[in-house]
Design a protein around this ligand. Sequence first.
Ligand code: ATP
Length: 253
Amino acid sequence: MTPPEPSPLPAAVRLESVAKSFGRGAAAVLDDLSAAIASGEFVSLLGPSGCGKSTVLRLVAGLGGPTAGRVGVAAAKDEVAFVFQDPTLMPWATAWDNVYLPLRLRGESRPAACERVDAALERVGLADSARLRPSQLSGGMRMRVSLARALVTAPRLLLLDEPFAALDEITRQRLGDELLGLWAEHQWTVLFVTHSVYESVYLSDRVLVMSAGPGRIAEEIAIDLPRPRDASTRSDPRYAALCERASAALAYS
Ligand SMILES: Nc1ncnc2c1ncn2[C@@H]1O[C@H](COP(=O)(O)OP(=O)(O)OP(=O)(O)O)[C@@H](O)[C@H]1O
């Protein structure tokens, strides 16, 4: 008798044969896309521009539904946080008030929220910049505010849409390391969208390479590099080999 199949790991996110098109008769943006993300896993979606990465993220966030298939998320809507490429901060408000916003929208008073807002700013290294407005902050600092605004709600699932794409390479790497540090501490489930092969391999437990027209998962690459990751990771021959593999998958996607 063949042993029963092991039951699948409890998934934090499960996409089953998902299709998405915008409007009647429009070409499908996603078709028959399936993927699962385990609780606490850091997964990157890597793919060419326009292949539907942001569309996947939006479906997982519950911003619109699939045309066909099923999107399952094991978290309540207010346990999901979204970080966009553009920090989308309120320009007239201080860093502190920008981070307070999601709690204010939940009806929490400033005194009740104060400790958590301070802690979120502290976590991203901006405790001393709380009173500054976005125009007084660098691009990297604005992205930190955006990250703090996502973290202040204590999410279980963190969705990041090319959060570091507009930043210079050094800032990008530094923020990537900070994100990994916070993730190691809190064990959120992370779905990270990027164009960058190097960024996806460095950060992730698994890279899902998407193909375009219509978007689906072309290849799944397990990143078995040791953690914590640091400068030595980038000079590890295994890192180079995984980047090469992801590049090849991207080229053929
Ligand atoms: N609300 C919408 N209405 C119509 N078409 C849309 C909508 N949202 C996305 N699309 C289309 O879906 C396709 C995929 O877009 P999406 O933003 O998901 O791709 P992406 O892989 O994230 O791209 P990029 O890497 O350039 O950000 C594009 O052709 C886009 O024009």
